[in-house]
Design a protein around this ligand. Structure first.
Ligand SMILES: Nc1nc2c(c(=O)[nH]1)N[C@H]1C(S)=C(S)[C@@H](COP(=O)(O)O)O[C@H]1N2
Ligand SMILES: [Mo]
Length: 189
């Protein structure tokens, strides 16, 4: 491993070559044909984006590193999807909106500040390593927030609810950090 690779491993993390599968509850099996992403809450134009609408939105491909709060880091994962920023511009997020709750099946949620959602590398992903995302890894569509611990990257993405006040998500109400920056080791609150 080159020294530049070592620079990419946050404190307290260990490299893995495989791709661990982690989630609360069981794997959701969503069909592309009936999948819909709802962007709701403090927006001028609520959106319901289906599979075809997502695929006809401007696509981006990116390679990024994943950091799980349980201690593993996986380098150079390749994804394709749509910048969340593009979708949020379409939804016209109201100016005083600072927070969001990301929703997934079985009531699983995570919270993120809008400033994080707007980053260039936050994508609504539908391909991993050149193929469909497996159900285990959150397919057909998952959120990818590479800058933060991986629990923020909701698998089986269903909704983004924009809010003025912060509401904590599933892990955040159980003691995990409200932001979760791996470089600052923001594991617990
Ligand atoms: N819907 C949903 N998304 C989720 C989770 C979950 O329980 N439900 N777990 C999170 C956690 S804690 C991690 S570490 C990553 C794991 O993603 P992976 O299984 O693709 O490695 O998914 C995140 N996204
Ligand atoms: Mo995790």
């Amino acid at each position: 491993m080159s020294p530049s690779h070592l620079d990419r491993i946050p404190p307290g993390q260990n490299l893995v070559a495989d791709f661990p599968v982690l989630h609360a509850g069981s794997v959701a099996h969503l069909r592309r044909e009936s999948w819909v992403l709802n962007i709701t809450g403090h927006v001028a134009k609520p959106l319901a984006i289906d599979w075809n609408a997502l695929l006809s939105s401007p696509a981006v491909e990116q390679t990024c590193d994943l950091h799980c709060v349980t201690g593993w880091t996986k380098l150079d994962t390749r994804w394709k999807g749509v910048r969340l920023r593009t979708l949020l511009e379409e939804a016209a997020v109201e100016a005083d909106t600072q927070h969001s709750v990301i929703t997934a099946p079985d009531g699983w949620t995570t919270n993120l500040p809008v400033s994080e959602l707007l980053r260039q590398d936050v994508i609504v992903a539908y391909e991993y390593e050149g193929g469909p995302i497996s159900a285990e890894h959150g397919g057909p569509v998952r959120l990818l927030v590479p800058r933060l611990y991986l629990w923020k990257s909701a698998k089986w993405l269903l909704g983004i609810d924009l809010t003025v006040e912060q509401r904590l998500g599933f892990w955040e109400t159980r003691g995990y950090h409200e932001l979760g920056d791996p470089w600052l080791e923001q594991r617990y609150s």
